[in-house]
Ligand binder design. Structure first.
Ligand code: FAE
Length: 535
């Protein structure tokens, strides 16, 4: 058994026993339920960047506390499931909302997907900022709890373009492979793919793309593809094949609580506190940081406001979360030396969603894996590069609908301002900034429609629009590497303060971003451990 596997095993046991006992403090040792007054290293959030950072700190023997505002997702509810069914959502679906806000807003202009739900610390959040809405995961594991598991490494030439000061040779030779291995990336068996029911929808879209001369590629995944095969065969309980994805997967998904976070806990040095939201960062005269932390229960009641002090502070609260923390700190005068780059360089990864209506003789299937397995790769197009994932429509009935989430090259960037009245960060992004994404998607899918004599769907996004560019699954930037931080995520203006998540990436990766976020965090923490902590 490797050290990683042994630690993972210990960590999984700690997660399960915390769940069984209803604890919000998760640790392999007998950690006190109260927050310590001091911890040498503290990581805010439990998403990809945070999890990779905590594992390496724990391995280096450094006592590390992780603070996560969402809950732990290992305890089954009264129905025996951890996550609620996608087609019958309840409070577990969304973060303190009265009604679900699914990305596919309508079908035949009817709001069939959404339900009224009780307000609760659910797993998916949608943060609405006027012309742009951002979907996020909330809970121990961050976005890994709700995402489509697509584990894609960007094209090297594009990576070199977006982060020119990062050594691409090192990334592609060392940190991307390391991240993929720890995340448990696998690919669908191509032979099974050709005959299974779960991916009929992907084969139909592949055929349509091929008619227009476009190629497709298999998309690596952190969903266990062997488990999926057994789901279809009826050997194990269904998850991806039971329409589960954006409100969490009850089986099959290698979310971070089963990989990096479990291994981090297994070092015996890492403790996770769930339902603890960091509100403020204070800089002490001795150089340490004191965090003001709000503890809530699952119904949103504030139980306590606490303080914890640390020497090394890592922000892994995601593009929105980490940016808001530093923006608030700068604008309220707590961290006045933060520079003007804080809050800038934010983008949607060029996300745009659209649907095509297939012919009646081309059904997409009533059984659709919630985990995409194919993408149309048109990134080499010199004018309108796009990587379009072939997305499922797991409605359980035949829809003749092919759905896509296109990732395009959109040079537009938004920025955040601090709104003192609500004490929060507000995104400045206008509707017209989505136009380059729409143009790229249109160039690709007009050709596909023409070659297949098919049309777009006009009924999916609430009005008659074809291209939905008013939300993103891939918020990136706000604390860009080399601008708000140095080239290793050290925040400019302060010592021992680091950013370790998607806010480092300048608005675009050209593919689904979590592998890049993880690999970059692996690279940065290796340097920080060597120079700032051990050195
Ligand atoms: P993230 O995973 O967002 O984690 C941040 C964590 O910090 C969250 O758990 C927050 O609750 C927590 N937090 C925030 N503020 C605070 C605070 N003040 N105090 C304490 N905790 C806080 O960060 N990406 C892919 O590569 N492939 C996919 O297939 C894919 N599908 C997606 C599908 C959906 C529906 C969504 C929403 C996203 C998808 N993504 C996908 C995006 C991916 O999940 C996202 O890029 C990463 O999760 C971002 O990782 P970070 O480490 O930046």
């Amino acid at each position: 058994m490797s050290a990683f596997s042994r630690r993972r095993f210990l960590g999984l046991a700690a997660l399960n026993s915390a769940a069984a006992l209803g604890l919000t403090t998760i640790s392999t040792t007998r950690a006190a339920a109260a927050l310590p007054e001091y911890c040498p290293a503290l990581v805010v959030g439990t998403g990809y960047g945070a999890a990779a950072t905590a594992l390496r700190l724990g391995e280096a023997g450094i006592p590390t506390l992780m603070l996560e505002m969402g809950r732990l997702w290992t305890t089954p509810g009264a129905d025996g499931r951890v996550f609620c069914p996608m087609l019958a959502p309840d409070g577990r679906a969304m973060w303190f909302k009265d009604r679900t806000e699914a990305p596919l807003a309508s079908f035949l202009w009817l709001d069939l997907a959404n339900r009224d739900i009780p307000r609760y610390a659910g797993v998916l959040d949608r943060v609405n900022f006027g012309d742009m809405a951002v979907y996020l995961g909330r809970g121990v594991g961050g976005g890994s709890l709700v995402n489509g598991a697509m584990a894609v490494t960007p094209k090297r030439s594009y990576f070199e373009e977006i982060l020119p000061r990062v050594d691409a040779g090192e990334m592609y030779g060392k940190y991307f492979p390391r991240a993929r291995a720890q995340l448990g990336v696998n690919v669908v068996d191509p032979q099974w793919f050709e005959t299974c029911r779960s991916y009929r929808y992907a084969r139909v879209s592949r055929k349509a793309a091929a008619r227009a001369g476009f190629g497709t590629v298999f998309v690596p995944s952190v969903y266990d593809m062997d488990y999926l095969r057994r789901e279809e065969a009826g050997e194990v309980p269904r998850s991806a094949d039971a329409s589960e994805v954006i409100y969490g997967n009850n089986h099959g998904k290698r979310s971070l609580d089963r990989t990096y976070l479990a291994a981090a806990l297994g070092t015996g040095r890492v403790t996770i506190q769930a339902l603890h939201e960091v509100r403020e960062i204070l800089h002490q005269p001795d150089g340490t940081y004191t965090l003001v932390v709000r503890e809530i229960d699952e119904h949103g009641t504030v139980l306590a406001t606490k303080h914890v002090t640390t020497k090394h502070l890592f922000l892994g609260a995601g593009s929105l979360g980490s940016t808001e923390l530093l923006l608030r700190a700068r604008e309220t005068g707590r961290l006045p030396a933060l520079n003007d780059a804080v809050g800038r360089g934010w983008g949607t990864n060029g996300n745009v969603m659209l649907g095509r209506a297939n012919h009646v003789w081309d059904p997409t299937g009533t059984l659709q894996s919630g985990m995409p397995a194919l993408g149309i790769d048109n990134w080499a197009d010199p004018v309108h590069p796009a990587f379009a994932e072939i997305a499922p429509v797991p409605a359980g009935v035949e829809t003749w609908l092919s759905l896509y989430l296109a990732i395009t090259r959109n040079p537009e960037r938004g920025h955040f301002g601090y709104d003192a009245a609500s004490d929060s960060a507000k995104l400045h992004w206008t509707a017209s900034q989505g136009q380059p994404s729409v143009a790229a998607a249109k160039a690709l899918f007009d050709k596909i429609n023409r070659a297949n004599a098919t049309i777009y769907r006009y009924d999916l996004f609430g009005d008659t629009r074809v291209f939905e560019d008013r939300f993103t699954y891939h918020p990136l930037g706000g604390l860009v590497l080399g601008e708000a931080t140095d080239d290793y995520g050290r925040v400019k203006g302060y010592r021992n303060l680091y950013v370790t998540d998607g806010s480092l990436i300048p608005g675009s990766t050209g593919v689904n971003p979590f592998v890049t976020i993880t690999a970059l965090a692996e690279r940065n923490i290796e340097r920080v451990l060597a120079e700032d902590i051990r050195g």
